[in-house]
Ligand binder design. Structure first.
Ligand code: NAP
Ligand code: GCO
Length: 266
């Protein structure tokens, strides 16, 4: 067996939603490094322009599009444009996501719905849009970016946990419904990763000391550190490639060991 070929994404087209920066940008770089053509979307022209320059600086000829994952018409148009520009989507990474940290009893239903709309309904809309093309091609890979909150709760993240728990089950359902069409749908559950989304949890205190949440996470992580977006590169290539053709409906937690650990004894 040629192992390089097994992990190669040559000839494949990948769409990474929200791939302008953060985890999506790192995953897109990894897929490009394994040979895939890259498409990404984001919501503003300024982010798009900056991201295109960032991809170029990495030597990646990515195609960027403006589209909101919660808007079914925009997503349909996005998929058609990618098909015309790069060929039909072989690999979908449902990465776009937001978090609102608000105590549940203070959170409006509107805020709750907005998080669920982006983090759960968005992946449904994007998967729904690419699955028919994947069925036609006789193969496809869908990777849903889940979370520690697909398994665990904590104060202030009720909507996010509900959405990411739902995304875990959407992953299993896509596997159940389309596994027979040779579509593999798996999740990556990142631990605490240093990106703009988690920047408020790592902000230095006025006296220069580390944020208490930052210290808490490091103590909860056997690896003893935050993850970097680059930590997700290998798992993403694995789940996008032929190397994972019999892996389906699985959530691969990439968390430095958080889910395995009871926590430091006092
Ligand atoms: P980030 O730095 O905030 O990036 C999120 C990306 O999603 C941005 O590019 C953003 O683009 C895009 N996005 C948000 N809403 C969108 C929408 N409606 N339509 C299209 N794009 C949209 O977050 P990240 O930390 O890289 O997280 C990426 C994914 O991993 C998210 O699903 C997140 O929940 C998940 N995750 C993160 C961590 C972590 O510790 N960082 C851990 C586990 C899971 P705009 O510029 O348009 O807002
Ligand atoms: C939070 C964090 C998390 C992470 C991540 C963990 O406020 O607890 O933002 O939810 O972003 O999803 O896996």
């Amino acid at each position: 067996m040629d192992m390089r070929k097994l992990f190669s994404l040559e000839g494949k087209t990948a769409l990474v939603t929200g791939g302008a920066y953060g985890i999506g940008f790192a995953i897109a770089q990894a897929l490009a490094g394994a040979g895939a053509k890259i498409a990404f979307n984001c919501r503003s022209q300024s982010n798009l322009d900056k991201a295109l320059a960032d991809y170029k600086a990495q030597g990646i000829d990515a195609r960027g599009y403006i589209a909101d994952v919660t808007d079914e018409a925009q997503v349909k148009e996005l998929i058609s444009k990618i098909e015309a520009d790069l060929g039909g989507v072989d690999i979908l990474v449902n990465n776009a996501g937001v978090i609102k940290r608000i105590p549940m009893t203070e959170m409006s239903a509107e805020d709750f719905r907005q998080v669920v709309d982006i983090d759960l309904v968005g992946p449904f809309i994007c998967a729904k849009a690419v699955i028919p093309g994947m069925i036609q091609k006789g193969q496809g890979k869908i990777i849903n970016i889940c979370s520690m909150m697909s398994e665990l709760g904590r104060e202030t993240v009720s909507a996010y946990a509900a959405a990411k728990g739902g995304l875990k089950m959407l992953t299993r359902n896509i596997c159940s419904e389309y596994g027979g069409a040779n579509i593999q749908c798996n999740g990556i559950g990142p631990g605490y990763i240093a990106t703009p989304q988690t920047a408020p949890l790592r902000e230095r205190q006025a006296d220069g000391s580390r944020h208490p949440f930052d210290q808490f996470i490091v103590s909860k992580t056997p690896a003893g550190r935050w993850g970097d977006p680059e930590d997700l590169m290998g798992p993403a290539v694995f789940l996008a490639s032929g190397a994972s053709d019999f892996v389906n409906g699985h959530i691969l937690y990439v968390d430095g060991g958080i889910l395995a650990y009871i926590g430091k004894q006092p």
